[in-house]
Ligand binder design. Sequence first.
Ligand code: 2AM
Ligand code: CA
Ligand code: CA
Ligand code: CA
Length: 267
Amino acid sequence: MHIDLHEIDTYAKRWIKEAGQRIRDSFPKTLNVTTKSNPNDLVTNIDQETEQFFINKINETFPDHQILGEEGYGDTISKLSGVVWIIDPIDGTMNFVHQQRNFAISIGIYVNGEGRIGLIYDVVHDELYHVIKGNGVFLNDEQIPELEERSVSESIIALNATWVTENKRLPPELLAPLVKAARGTRSYGSAALEMVYVATGRIDAYITPRLAPWDFAAGIIMIEELGGVATNLRGQQLDLLKENSVFVSKPGLHADIMQNFLENGKW
Ligand code: 2AM
Ligand code: CA
Ligand code: CA
Ligand code: CA
């Protein structure tokens, strides 16, 4: 199979901008909101229509590519061979519904399992974060500099308060000392945006016990391209075919938190 990454990238950029325009155009219209696994797990007609928009475009233009999408209109994928588009049509659906901001479209493009292109589009701000592996990371036309080291005491860490209260995924006392030791914590409610905030240095790390591949597929390519580190909460490599805990961070800070707060994965 001949793979022209620049051609794929050109289409991906065009489509993500077009999808973003459609989402902005939908704001005055009535949104159809339903729930999925529980009353707080929301999905809208716009999530579904946006995913279908990408699938139609990709199938028309690149019939031999595979698609893994959150809303389930893509393919059932058991291994990452050939070109796979990993798409979250709206990341931060709760924000989209309640706030009409703080959400993004996320697309990671993998070739034989390797992350090659990542796009995260902050639709409301018209900010496109973009990486082609080996060619740097850009916010619109501006190149994002490499990540530098940072101590815990001077870092802002993205972390949802849920994970230091009683919950099904983590011992609540695990992260409490980190919350105390850090300069500050934040929670934005969109994993894709939290990833690009790490990439741009607006925050220093992001920790969460459960994400799906479409939440992080694009973001980890950007963070790794800039010298950052992306693993699960036990310090292991992320698996693009299932749910993972996720810990992305500036270099140095990752090892520090792993060693001094995450018990080197032995919790
Ligand atoms: P979503 O808006 O695309 O569903 C909210 O803290 C972040 O977690 C968002 O990126 C959200 O993505 C994601 N998220 C919400 N529910 C999730 C679930 N059940 N599993 C994994 N990620 C989820
Ligand atoms: Ca969802
Ligand atoms: Ca998501
Ligand atoms: Ca989503």
